[in-house]
Design a protein. Structure first.
Length: 148
């Protein structure tokens, strides 16, 4: 059988493109002697005719880049697309802020109970929940100032 025909037939058998078929150059005579699809299947099992390896793209550089990004590199102004609000989840930032304020409020309740009692712990807690304070510093100033 003609080399070209053998490649076409083996491509149909292996369900891949003709360009992906490799025929061992040392054993071309066996391929020429093959007449039927069964003969080609025999050559495939003997590894005379075989499928070329997929040309996979190396992930080595990608892994190095990922490791650097995990360390906090490659995140300068030139790498950013989108606003600060788009890059950070609003809910997550709100949760972090509220948790920090609640923790501070709990600590102040122990360390400075008179100042917290003056405004009222539950009132302050609800104010934190209601997003009244920008951050911990504002909460502390509010309590120490004794504003209401």
């Amino acid at each position: 059988m003609n080399q070209k025909k053998a490649k076409e037939l083996s491509a149909r058998i292996l369900k891949i493109g003709v360009s992906k078929i490799y025929i061992d150059p040392a054993k071309t005579q066996k391929v020429d002697e093959a007449m039927t699809a069964e003969d080609i299947k025999g050559l495939i099992s003997e590894r005379i005719v075989r499928k070329r390896r997929e040309n996979a793209q190396s992930k080595g550089r990608a892994r190095i880049l990922k490791a650097k990004k995990l360390k906090g590199r490659k995140s300068g102004k030139g790498k950013r697309k989108g606003t600060k609000k788009a890059r950070t989840e609003k809910k997550a930032t709100w949760m972090n802020r509220v948790r920090a304020q609640r923790k501070l409020l709990k600590e102040l309740k122990v360390s400075n109970p008179t100042a917290v009692a003056k405004v009222g712990y539950s009132k302050l807690y609800k104010m934190v929940k209601g997003n009244y304070f920008k951050g911990k510093k504002y909460l502390q100033e509010f309590i120490e100032g004794g504003k209401q």
